[in-house]
Design a protein around this ligand. Structure first.
Ligand code: PEP
Ligand code: MN
Length: 336
């Protein structure tokens, strides 16, 4: 429930409402704003009887929120969240952040080369998978901790923060030791135990949309993380499963402006997994920026034809360099 106070409500009246909420065994969370003061009510399992609250001095109205997410919604938190990874800032008011690198970390040399290439082209964050959620058990599963070490080395050498996927709670200690951002992949978007654990940490989280997740389910998954205390969450649209087979997934670009309205969390787009087709990645990446994405995640491989994973959708270093130049022009046009 959301309790909206009158514009003229005094601090004492606001405190009295908070006390009344706590007396009902619920949690109150004040939401100050320039246009109104509201108090979010959390911790209820079902409908909250608002009769004792509605009558309190200073209360304008009680709005019942039946959505499975509250903390990540603009209703409860009107101001946009900016996720900070060192000096890199992802969110409203900052130029889009480009994350790039190979799908999988394959060797020290591959990772160092990839890092140099994406850094030279202007990427802000280096990506690379060490724990890979592959569809089949016979495919390359990733180098694990050895891979994390190469990723860290490449990040340190190029001066780029690094992002990598974590699939299980047991991997969290190692991934936190080597990575700056924890990626929760599409296949784990509803691994609620994992979401709760990353919620207890202070590492920024990149949460990818599940391949069949509705926007409500996507935001409810983010709510699990934020509800545990970690508000540093970046959402990532990476395409959804539809009947169409010509592309790997169907890029749902409309979620970008929609989520920007519904949630205060930043949202980026991954055109690589969304299309699965190298030739489509640059144009859909640029389209995502026009739609208002706070960043992109792009797979880049020094030799895509030799990639152990997702070569068909990976840009070459040269291709990525060209895209970054085009993005530079686009950002000027967009006013950055
Ligand atoms: C990835 O980014 O490497 C990945 C596996 O993506 P997704 O979870 O979106 O399929
Ligand atoms: Mn991939």
């Amino acid at each position: 429930m959301l309790i909206v106070m009158h514009h003229s409500a005094t601090n004492e009246q606001i405190c009295a409402v908070e006390q009344a909420v706590e007396a009902m065994g619920l949690k109150s969370s004040p939401i100050p704003g320039s246009l109104r003061t509201a108090i979010g009510v959390l911790g209820n399992q079902g409908y909250v009887d608002d009769s004792s609250i509605r009558e309190l001095p200073g209360v304008r109205e009680c709005i019942h929120v039946s959505k499975p997410y509250k903390l990540v919604s603009r209703d409860f938190h009107p101001e946009s969240t900016v996720v900070e990874i060192g000096s890199v800032k992802v969110g409203d008011g900052h130029p889009p952040v480009i994350m790039a690198g190979p799908c999988s970390i394959e060797s020290e040399a591959q990772m160092l080369t990839a890092a140099r290439v994406v850094k030279a082209a202007g990427a802000h964050i280096l990506r690379g998978g060490a724990f890979k959620p592959r569809t089949g058990p016979h495919s390359f599963q990733g180098l694990g901790i050895e891979g994390l070490k190469y990723l860290r080395l490449a990040g340190d050498e190029s001066g780029l923060p690094v992002v990598t996927e974590v699939m299980r709670i047991e991997q969290l200690d190692d991934v936190c030791r080597y990575a700056d951002i924890l990626q929760i992949g599409a296949r784990n978007m509803q691994n609620f135990d994992l979401l709760k654990e990353v919620g207890k940490l202070r590492h920024p989280v990149l949460l990818k949309r599940g391949m069949s997740a509705t926007i409500e389910e996507f935001l409810a998954a983010a709510e699990y993380i934020v509800a545990e205390g970690n508000s540093q969450v970046i959402l990532c649209e990476r395409g959804i499963r539809t009947f169409e087979k010509a592309t790997r997934n169907t890029l749902d670009l409309s979620v970008v402006p929609l989520i920007r309205k519904m949630s205060h969390l930043p949202i980026i787009v991954d055109p690589s997994h969304a299309t699965g087709v190298r030739a489509l990645v640059p144009v859909m990446g640029k389209a995502a920026l026009v739609a208002g994405a706070h960043g992109l995640m792009i797979e880049v491989h020094p030799e895509p034809e030799k990639a152990l994973c997702d070569g068909a959708q990976s840009l070459t270093g040269e291709g990525f360099g060209e895209l970054m130049k085009e993005i530079g022009g686009l950002l000027t046009y967009l006013g950055y």
